[in-house]
Design a binder for this molecule. Structure first.
Ligand code: SIN
Ligand code: CO
Length: 381
C-alpha cells in the first residue's frame, strides 16, 4: 500500500503540526487490511487494549476491554463504536499500513488504533495531544473539525471520556474508503459513522511531554547517584555575615545540578532507551532457548531474511566515524563498522536479508544473537 498522489516533503513543510488536511484516496493500491470480525476477536483478548463507546439518551458510556464475546450480540445496530489500540503489534497486515507514513521519523510513531462503528457511532467531540492520520478503511464516516483546544478548553463532566463541553464545527467531510484526514494536535474533531460497517485506522504519533522528559531524565540521573558525593568547600573563606548563602556557594551548588542535567552524551543514551521501550512487552517473540552465534551465522549464510517484531521499537543515533548507537526495546547497543551498517539497515527496514559478510563478523553475530534472544527480531520462518 503506497501513497501515490501525495507530496511528503510539501506536507511536512506546510501542513505537519500546523493544520488539518483532507487527502482523497491517495493510494496506489488501497485495500482494507483487517476484517471487522478479526477486530472484534482482538477486543476479547486480555493482552489487547480495547474500548467500547456506546451512545444513548444519557450520553456517551465507556466500557474497557477485554469484552465478552456475547457483548457484541447485545449492542444493536446503531450508535456504538469499538476501538482497539496497537493493532499493528498484533496484525502484520495492519503494521504494513505504517510504511507509507514513514516520512515522519519512526521515533515519533505511537501505534495504529482501529475502530469499528455501527451507524451513528463515534467517540464524541474531543481533541488529542497527538498528530494523527485517520484513514477510512471500510464504510463512510463524517468528520467535523472545530477550533484549536488546550488544557484550558472546557470539558464535559465525564468520569471516563474527555469530551468537549462545546463543539462548533468549522469544516466537515464524509470520508470514503481510502480517504484520509490528517489532524494535528489540539484540533477539536468529531467522527460519526454514516451507515454500517465503518472502519477507521488511526496512525497515531507521540510527542514526549516536558513533564515526562524531565521526570524520566532526572530519574535516570538519580539511578546513577549515591548519597556519598556531597557539597565540599575546602578553603572556605571567612564571611562577614554567617547568615548569607554566598554567590560562590550558590555557583558550586548550581553547577552540581546543571553539569549532570547538561550531560548530552548521557542524555542521548537515556532518551534512546526511554523512547524505544516497548509499549506491549507481552508480545513475546523470544525463543525458549537463547539463540547462538552459530545459529545466526548459518541463517545469514543461507540468505534468510531478518524480520522485526512489530511490537518492538528501533532507532539509531549516528556518532563519529560511522559508529552508531542502536536502540531496540529499551536497550542501547554501541555498533561500529559492519555492525553499524547492520544497525542502520535494521532501523530502515522491517524485513531484509542481512549482508552475507556479517557471517564472518563475531561482533555483529553476537549482537544479532542477542536481539533474537530478546525477541526484538527473528529470522523469517
Ligand atoms: C475513531 O473513532 O476511529 C477515531 C477516534 C478519534 O477521533 O480519535
Ligand atoms: Co481523536
Amino acid at each position: 500500500m503506497q501513497l501515490e498522489r501525495f507530496d511528503a516533503a510539501a506536507f511536512l513543510r506546510d501542513t505537519w503540526q500546523r493544520k488539518p488536511l483532507l487527502i482523497r484516496n491517495p493510494w496506489k493500491d488501497w485495500h482494507n487490511p483487517l476484517d471487522p470480525d478479526e477486530l472484534a476477536g482482538l477486543a476479547c483478548e486480555d493482552a489487547v487494549e480495547s474500548r467500547l463507546v456506546t451512545m444513548s439518551d444519557k450520553g456517551y458510556a465507556l466500557e474497557n476491554g477485554p469484552l465478552a464475546e456475547d457483548r457484541f450480540a447485545t449492542l444493536g445496530t446503531r450508535d456504538w463504536t469499538l476501538l482497539v489500540q496497537s493493532v499493528d503489534h498484533h496484525v502484520p497486515a495492519v503494521a504494513e499500513l505504517i510504511e507509507p507514513f514513514r516520512f515522519v521519523p519512526d521515533w515519533r510513531l505511537d501505534d495504529v488504533m482501529v475502530s469499528y462503528a455501527a451507524d451513528g457511532g463515534g467517540v464524541g467531540p474531543h481533541f488529542d495531544n497527538y498528530d494523527v492520520f485517520l484513514v477510512q478503511g471500510l464504510g463512510r464516516r463524517r468528520w467535523q473539525l472545530g477550533a484549536r483546544c488546550d488544557d484550558a478548553t472546557p470539558l464535559l463532566p465525564h468520569d471516563d471520556l474527555r469530551l468537549l463541553a462545546e463543539f462548533e464545527p468549522v469544516e466537515e467531510w464524509v470520508l470514503e474508503p481510502g480517504d484520509m484526514l490528517y489532524v494535528p494536535p489540539g484540533i477539536a474533531h468529531n467522527g460519526v459513522a454514516v451507515g454500517d460497517d465503518c472502519m477507521t485506522y488511526s496512525i497515531g504519533f507521540r510527542a514526549p511531554s516536558e513533564y515526562d522528559l524531565i521526570e524520566g531524565w532526572t530519574d535516570d540521573i538519580l539511578d546513577g547517584l549515591g548519597e556519598d558525593r556531597r557539597y565540599a568547600d575546602p578553603g572556605l573563606p571567612l564571611q562577614p555575615n554567617p547568615g548569607e548563602i554566598t554567590e560562590e556557594a550558590l555557583s558550586r551548588l548550581h553547577e552540581t545540578v546543571t553539569r549532570k542535567l547538561a550531560d548530552r552524551a548521557a542524555f542521548v543514551r537515556w532518551f534512546g532507551r526511554y523512547n524505544s521501550a516497548p509499549k506491549n512487552p507481552e508480545i513475546e517473540w523470544g525463543p525458549e532457548n537463547p539463540v547462538s552465534t552459530e545459529e545466526v551465522r548459518k541463517a545469514i549464510d543461507a540468505g534468510v531474511a531478518i524480520v522485526r517484531n512489530p511490537a518492538s521499537r528501533f532507532s539509531f543515533v549516528a556518532g563519529t566515524n560511522g559508529d552508531v548507537l542502536l536502540f531496540a526495546d529499551g536497550e542501547c547497543f554501541e555498533c561500529a563498522g559492519d555492525s553499524a551498517l547492520f544497525a542502520k539497515a535494521l532501523c530502515a527496514q522491517v524485513r531484509f536479508v542481512p549482508d552475507s559478510g556479517l557471517a564472518r563478523n563475531d561482533d555483529a553475530l553476537r549482537r544479532i544473537a542477542r536481539l533474537c534472544t530478546s525477541g526484538s527480531i527473528a529470522f523469517a520462518g
